[in-house]
Design a protein around this ligand. Structure first.
Ligand SMILES: [Zn+2]
Length: 293
């Protein structure tokens, strides 16, 4: 449990897509769009690897009509359902960044959209499927999630606790913060490597996720219960599982740092911790901009 059971949302924060004919089957032309989206993938690596990590496209055949309904009303719902947890994490992220982005970077926060989809959906960055993984699309300022990803994450050795999942949402919001800062579009993901700007940007998104966790259970505005050490180590376990070196090992290949786009397991854990312990954007300044208060 992480959310306060008594918290009630006042508006729908996430758009739900799936069932009802809005789902798009991925055709042969889908690959190009996936590569495009792959720039902002949480997992990194090429789409072929991603497809190996997921269990085929079985989720496409199991779309339930009920997923278009909004059954997420209270914190208790968020404690019981992954879909609701993603949405409520978004609400918590809005509250933290509303204050912190203005205080620390002098930038006005605007909310990204959140789309929960099932099977596949079209986005401002091309067509997404369940195997794409969670991602942020800067063109439509939207974070996209298919909850089945969290099963994949657990198979890869990531934590399955609530904060592990919330970290993934917070990481994608981290890319939205970068969009607002004007840094996201400047990065070339086609030049990977441990010292690449792509890795610096991804580690910063992990650090920003840590900043959210730092503030999320504090103050009168908080909608989370105090985080436990166990929950934090569960989130760290997830950052470890999605390090480039660990993913390369998981896929049975050699560790090839020159292909890294997201950073090593150790760097990802340390980045999340740097944000979590300090709550300071200045501690996440991987691009050496020196603009934070
Ligand atoms: Zn990312």
């Amino acid at each position: 449990m992480t959310f306060r059971n008594d918290f009630e949302k006042t508006e729908a924060r996430a758009e739900r897509r799936g069932g009802g004919g809005r789902t798009i089957a991925l055709g042969g032309g889908g690959l190009g769009s996936i590569v495009l989206i792959g720039l902002y993938l949480l997992l990194g690596g090429d789409p072929g690897q991603l497809n190996q990590l997921t269990r085929g496209d079985s989720s496409q055949g199991a779309i339930e009509q009920s997923q278009t309904q909004d059954n997420c009303k209270t914190g208790e719902d968020a404690n019981n359902s992954v879909d609701c947890r993603i949405e409520f994490t978004g609400i918590s992220l809005d509250r933290v960044w509303q204050d912190q982005l203005a205080n620390q970077a002098g930038i006005e926060y605007t909310r990204p959209k959140i789309v929960l989809f099932s099977g596949g959906t079209s986005t401002g960055c091309g067509t997404a499927s369940s195997s794409t993984g969670p991602f942020y699309c800067p063109a439509d300022e939207t974070a996209y999630f298919d909850a089945t990803f969290f099963d994949t994450l657990a198979q890869m050795g990531g934590g399955s606790g609530p904060l592990a999942q919330e970290y993934v949402v917070a990481h994608e919001f981290g890319h939205h913060i970068q969009k607002l800062e004007g840094t996201l579009g400047r990065i070339d993901y086609n030049n990977p490597g441990p010292e690449s700007d792509a890795v610096k940007l991804e580690l910063q998104a992990d650090c920003y996720a840590g900043i959210w966790a730092h503030y999320a259970d504090e103050g009168p505005d908080r909608i989370l219960e105090p985080l436990s050490d166990e929950q934090v180590s569960d989130a760290l376990e997830t950052t470890r599982a999605i390090g480039d070196d660990t993913i390369q090992k998981h896929n049975g290949g050699d560790i090839q740092p020159d292909l890294w786009t997201h950073g090593s397991s150790e760097d990802r854990m340390n980045s999340f911790l740097a944000g979590y312990k300090s709550g300071q954007m200045a501690q996440c300044d991987t691009l050496d901009r020196g603009v934070y208060r």
